[in-house]
Design a protein around this ligand. Sequence first.
Ligand code: LLP
Length: 419
Amino acid sequence: MDHFQLKNGTLHAEGVPLTRIAEDVGTPVYVYSRATLERHAQVFRDGIAPVGKSHIAFAIKSNPNRAVLRVLAKQGYGADVVSGGEISRAIAAGMRPEDVVFSGVGKTRAELEQALDTGIGQFNIELEEEGVVLAQIAASKGMTASATLRVNPDVDAGTHAKISTGKKENKFGVAIDQAPAIFDRLAKLPGLNLRGVALHIGSQLFDLDPLEAAYARVGQLVADLRAMGHGIDRVDLGGGLGVPYKTSENPPSPADYGQMVARVTKGWDAMLMFEPGRVIVGNAGVLLTKVIWVKPGVINPYVIVDAAMNDLARPAMYDAWHDFAAVTPNGEKMVANIAGPVCESGDTFAMGREIDRVSSGDLAVFRTAGAYGATMASTYNSRPLVPEVMVDGDDYAVVADRIAAETILAAERIPSWLE
Ligand code: LLP
């Protein structure tokens, strides 16, 4: 459920007509609903309630906007971060350092130091050498890093290859059969409090079976590690729950997921960590855009909008579907291709799709754009960096400015030897 609904013929975000935001802020612009964010945070928390002791670390890569993080911090969420920049954001948004989990396959020494100095709560170690280096840095500071070992359970999550992470050929985690020996060696190091294991098998998952299979394997690993004498008090189950990008899609709900987790983790006696991203923010955002032209095409007309692949990369990168809807639909439909102004054919959002009839100057939205939308934006084709707005009831605020192409140009220089 989201708060982007038609009222008196105009699409609103909560109480605010999107026409008003377009007029005030311009397009393209991402629009988030605070009420939807809060609702999703609540639904996920309720869904996992049956599992017992748990901690939710929002995967901030999916939407790192500070206002979004602040909403989730107020909901008691921590953060799953993957870079020094994300650590800074989580803290700047008001998240407690101890509620921050540091994931990522390529953490640099500088980032490990920053994380230690910040006092973050958990490092998810991706390879043995990283654990050794982390232990050394922590010991040299007279600190102990709280950590888990990320394992690769070798299951096929059944999602797009580019967002699948739990197969043995993927770059993430240590092979599950090598985990006991690596854990044993790392657990002996001063500077490290290795207290559990972590996994994450992929994103936009529609089938709970691969997750259940992966969790069952990890459960066996936990039993084996305990039998070796290791104390295990937390298991990080990652993120990945899918969202409906089309109204016909029906992914498992957080409640379905929570029940599965409760069943498979029964008797684990460990704090369970969750790292949801998309399921919290996906449907809490739309990308508001304006139709520049409707260009006749050989087969279907091209609706050329002012948003492009640099603003919303998912269709070009993963052939992803985002529903397209007119802000003031007139009830008529058309079959069209939808594309942005960027100069490559990959800058296409849809081909031969039945959509609301739109004409030049009309406003429209791409739905379900709150996750992996603005955060993956670029300035390709020297386009401005897309701004973000958050709606709260009848009010809204610009929560990220449009960064003008001129501002970006001002950060570049021609060296004297080229003048
Ligand atoms: N934890 C870890 C370690 C992750 O790598 C990810 C996502 C998550 C949690 C959150 O997963 P979620 O709940 O959002 O599925 N840009 C792609 C998605 C990349 C996901 C990367 N990792 C897309 O637009 O579909």
